[in-house]
Design a protein around this ligand. Structure first.
Ligand code: ATP
Ligand code: MG
Length: 230
């Protein structure tokens, strides 16, 4: 199978629709260089999350191609692609197991201590300790109730633990208090420093700190550049 090394992402003339006749992406092209952070912004429904889903291959493109380190992802086994990428979705769904395993997910060799360090970095450790069974608290239909932001921090902890070369972050639209936001940004900056990051950004602080901003509008990238250029 193919293997990745650097973490460069290329969208080349990518076209995509969910249903015939409604084009969501029309010949979208951009590059994220290894180690860069690129912010995707644009109106609701403009296709930001779709770009994340395509890169993780929830769907295949209908025109053009997506390359990672020069390799067409449609020709790469899904498992190896997904082991290389960490996704923090807009709406995180936790699975039926305890909170520790929800963070450990996929990294069975990670120790309990490593799980907790990741939770500290994602600013969710104290919340977990406040739960009746701490890290052993079961997440389930009748179980744990976490807010959207808290669930997303669990997903961030999972991603920190996985430490993938490419991180896809679909920021929750729900507002976080500014202290939590600063904490998360600091830990993501730490984990993202040597990682390529594509972030759907709703927060100005995320946008300001990114290397490049892509503005999606009417199925195309309407503008691109750094914050001070736009
Ligand atoms: P938001 O800022 O609200 O999260 P977004 O830019 O992430 O918006 P997408 O989720 O990428 O938007 O959706 C782009 C368009 O595709 C929207 O019009 C949406 O309704 C449509 N869409 C998304 N998922 C599907 C799907 N599974 N089937 C059909 N249409 C979809
Ligand atoms: Mg979205």
């Amino acid at each position: 199978d193919l293997s990745f090394t650097e973490g460069r992402v290329d969208f080349q003339n990518v076209c995509f629709s969910y249903t015939a006749g409604t084009e969501i992406l029309s010949e979208v092209s951009f590059t994220v260089m290894p180690g860069q952070t690129v912010a995707l912004v644009g109106p609701s429904g403009s296709g930001k999350s779709t770009i994340i889903r395509l890169l993780f291959r929830f769907y295949d493109v209908q025109g053009g191609c997506i390359l990672i380190d020069g390799q067409d992802i449609s020709k790469v086994r899904q498992n190896s692609l997904r082991s290389y990428i960490g996704v923090v979705p807009q709406d995180t769904v936790l699975f039926n197991d305890n909170i520790r395993e929800n963070i450990r997910y996929g990294r069975i060799s990670a120790s309990d201590q490593e799980v907790e360090e990741a939770a500290v970095a994602a600013d969710i450790h104290h919340k977990i300790l406040s739960l009746p069974d701490g890290y052993n608290t079961e997440v389930g239909e009748r179980g744990l109730k976490l807010s959207g932001g808290e669930k997303q921090r669990v997903a961030i902890a999972r991603t920190i633990l996985k430490s993938p070369r490419i991180i896809l972050l679909d920021e929750a639209t729900s507002a976080l208090d500014s202290q939590t936001e600063r904490n998360i940004q600091a830990s993501l900056a730490k984990v993202c420093a040597n990682h390529t990051t594509l972030v759907v950004a709703h927060r100005l602080s995320t946008i300001i700190s990114s290397d490049q901003i892509l503005v999606l509008q009417d199925a195309r990238i309407a503008e691109r550049g750094r914050h001070e250029e736009l």
